[in-house]
Ligand binder design. Structure first.
Ligand code: PHE
Length: 489
C-alpha cells in the first residue's frame, strides 16, 4: 500500500487494538500513508504471541494461574510462540529485510534426532530410534518389495520393459538395495559406534538394519511419525529464525512506532460513534477514552469475548465460536549440551507419542557451555492436560518423559519455564482453528469492516498460526481503509 507519495491518510485518526505483529504492521503501513495512529496494548511489551522467553521473563497465567520468573542463564532463550519461518513466507522475509532483522537457519529436519513410541510391541518397542534408521530402513524395505513386484512382472502393466528397468534402477538408489535388489542395510543409517571410518585400517562397520516386522510393530507408523523425512510444506527446509530470538521482529516494528504505542493499556470498551469509533482503555487504574475515524482491531478473538462493544452480532458470534488452539511449550535449561556432545544432534526435532509430543533442539549457541531445549510442544488435549498442571508438575512430566529419549536429563537439568497459550492473558489461545464449516459460517464477517471497525490478525487469513498471516492481514486491512478513504476524498 505504501509508495511514500500518496499521503491521503494525513490527519485521519486510527485507533489500533493490540501491538502484536498485525496491529504494529497496520500502524507502520498506515503511518507511511500519513495516518495518525495510536496503538493500545494491554501488556507492558509488544509482540503478542511472538514472544521470546529469557532470564528475567515473567508471566502469570489466567484465573490466578501460576506465576513464573525465568531463570535461564545469560544468552539462553526459547521462542515461546512463533519459532520458525518457512522460506516461502515472502511477506515475513520481506519485513525482516525492511526492518533490518538478521536471520539464521532454523534446523527443522534432523535425521539424527530421535523417534520414540511408548507402547509399541516387538523388539523395537519402547526404544528410542534415530530418524535416519527408521527412515532408511523403511525406504529400503518398501523399495525392495516394489522391485520384487516389478521383477515378477506383476506391476508392469503400464510400463514397457525399458521403463521397468529404469524404475528398478531408481528403487535401487532410493532404497540403497544390493545387486540382487535386496535391502541389507545402508551406510545412510550410519556406523556402529566404536567402528566409525577413521585413520589406517578403519573403513567403518555399518549398522545392521532393523527387521521390517519389528519396525512395523514398533508403532512408528502412527500418524505422529508420518512426516519423518517428508515434512509438510511449511516444515520443509530451509526454515529461518531471527538471530537472538523471534522478538527481534516485534522490537524492530516497535522502534518504527516510537511514541505511538500505549502500553499496559487493556481495552475495555469498543464503541461505534456517528463519525467513527470510541475506545475506552484502562491506564494506571483509570478509564481513559480515545476517539478515531477508524479502528483496526488486531486482538485475538478470545479477547473479544468479554469486551463491551457495539460489534455486530455476526462478529460477536465469530469471536464466540471460532476455536483457538490449545498449545504449550516448556524450555528446559541443561548445564551441558549433551544432545550435541553425546548424540550429535544440532537442531531439529525428536518426535514421540507421549504427552511431550516433540523435543526441539536449539539451532543457535551450538557447542556452548549450556543450553535450553524445548522439552515439549503439544496441541489439543495433550496441551490442555499439561496446561492444567502446576508448574512443578509440568516440569516433572517433561523430565520423566524426556528422559526416556535422553537418559542424561536428570543429571544435567537446571531449571525450566513453561507456558500454555490458552491460559495466557491477552492471548487466550495459540491460533484460530478453522474447519470448512467454521470457515464458511464465521470467517466472512471478519473480512469486512463492521462500520468503521476493521479486523486484522492471523485469524483473518488462510495463513493461521503463522506470522505471515499477521503481516498479510495487516496489509489487506490497510489497503481497504485506504481505498475507502480514497473513495471519499
Ligand atoms: N506455525 C506454528 C508452528 O510452526 C504452528 C503450526 C504447527 C502450523 C504445525 C502448522 C503446522 O509450530
Amino acid at each position: 500500500p505504501a509508495n511514500g507519495q500518496n499521503k491521503d491518510g494525513k490527519g485521519r485518526k486510527v485507533i489500533i487494538l493490540g501491538a502484536g505483529l498485525a496491529g504494529m504492521t497496520a500502524a507502520y503501513e498506515l503511518g507511511k500513508l500519513g495516518y495518525d495512529c495510536t496503538v493500545l496494548e494491554a501488556r507492558a511489551r509488544s509482540g503478542g504471541r511472538v514472544w521470546t522467553v529469557r532470564g528475567g521473563t515473567q508471566e502469570s497465567e489466567m484465573n490466578g494461574g501460576p506465576a513464573q520468573t525465568c531463570t535461564f542463564a545469560n544468552g539462553l532463550y526459547f521462542n515461546g510462540g512463533a519459532a520458525r519461518i518457512p522460506h516461502h513466507h515472502q511477506i515475513t522475509l520481506q519485513y525482516c529485510r525492511e526492518l533490518g532483522v538478521p536471520l539464521e537457519i532454523f534446523n527443522g529436519a534432523n535425521e539424527s534426532a530421535y523417534l520414540y513410541n511408548d507402547g509399541g510391541t516387538g523388539d523395537l518397542a519402547n526404544r528410542r530410534m534415530r530418524i535416519s534408521d527408521y527412515h532408511n530402513d523403511m525406504r529400503g524395505y518398501t523399495s525392495e518389495l516394489l522391485a520384487k513386484a516389478l521383477d515378477q512382472s506383476s506391476l508392469d502393466q503400464q510400463l514397457t520393459k525399458e521403463d521397468v528397468e529404469k524404475l528398478i534402477d531408481f528403487l535401487k538408489n532410493e532404497g540403497d538395495l544390493n545387486t540382487a535388489h535386496l535391502y541389507k542395510g545402508t551406510n545412510r543409517r550410519g556406523y556402529k559406534s566404536k567402528s566409525d571410518p577413521g585413520a589406517g585400517n578403519a573403513p567403518g562397520t555399518i549398522t545392521d538394519p532393523y527387521g521390517l516386522t519389528d519396525l512395523l510393530r514398533s508403532g512408528f507408523m502412527q500418524p505422529v511419525f508420518y512426516n519423518v523425512g517428508d515434512y509438510a510444506y511449511e516444515q520443509q527446509t530451509t526454515l529461518l529464525q531471527p538471530v537472538g530470538g523471534m522478538d527481534a521482529i516485534p522490537k524492530a516494528l516497535e522502534k518504527k512506532l516510537a511514541g505511538k504505542i500505549i502500553f499496559s493499556a487493556p481495552v475495555t470498551e469498543l464503541r461505534k460513534t456517528e463519525n467513527g469509533v470510541r475506545v475506552v482503555y484502562q491506564k494506571a487504574g483509570k478509564s481513559v477514552e480515545v476517539t478515531g475515524e477508524f479502528c483496526v482491531c488486531a486482538l485475538p478473538l478470545p479477547m473479544l469475548k468479554n469486551l463491551e462493544s457495539d460489534l455486530s452480532g455476526t462478529v460477536k458470534r465469530a469471536a464466540d465460536f471460532i476455536p483457538y488452539m490449545k498449545t504449550g511449550k516448556i524450555g528446559l535449561q541443561f548445564k551441558r549440551r549433551f544432545w550435541e556432545e553425546d548424540d550429535g544432534i544440532y537442531g531439529g526435532i525428536s518426535r514421540t507419542n507421549m504427552d511431550i509430543n516433540q523435543i526441539w533442539y536449539p539451532s543457535f549457541g551450538l557447542q556452548g557451555p549450556k543450553g535450553v531445549l524445548i522439552g515439549y510442544y503439544n496441541f489439543y488435549s495433550r496441551a490442555e492436560a499439561v496446561g492444567a498442571m502446576t508448574i512443578p508438575e509440568r516440569e516433572k512430566m517433561a523430565m520423566t518423559q524426556g528422559a526416556k529419549i535422553h537418559p542424561q536429563y536428570p543429571a544435567e537439568f537446571e531449571n525450566s519455564f513453561s507456558l500454555a497459550w490458552h491460559r495466557i492473558p491477552f492471548s487466550g489461545g495459540g491460533w484460530a482453528v478453522y474447519d470448512d464449516a467454521i470457515r464458511k459460517k464465521y470467517y466472512p464477517s471478519l473480512l469486512e469492516p463492521d462500520d468503521n471497525i476493521y479486523f486484522a490478525g492471523e485469524h483473518t487469513t488462510y495463513l493461521t498460526a503463522w506470522m505471515a498471516g499477521a503481516f498479510t492481514s495487516a496489509r489487506r486491512t490497510v489497503e481497504s481503509i485506504h481505498a475507502r478513504v480514497g473513495e471519499y476524498t
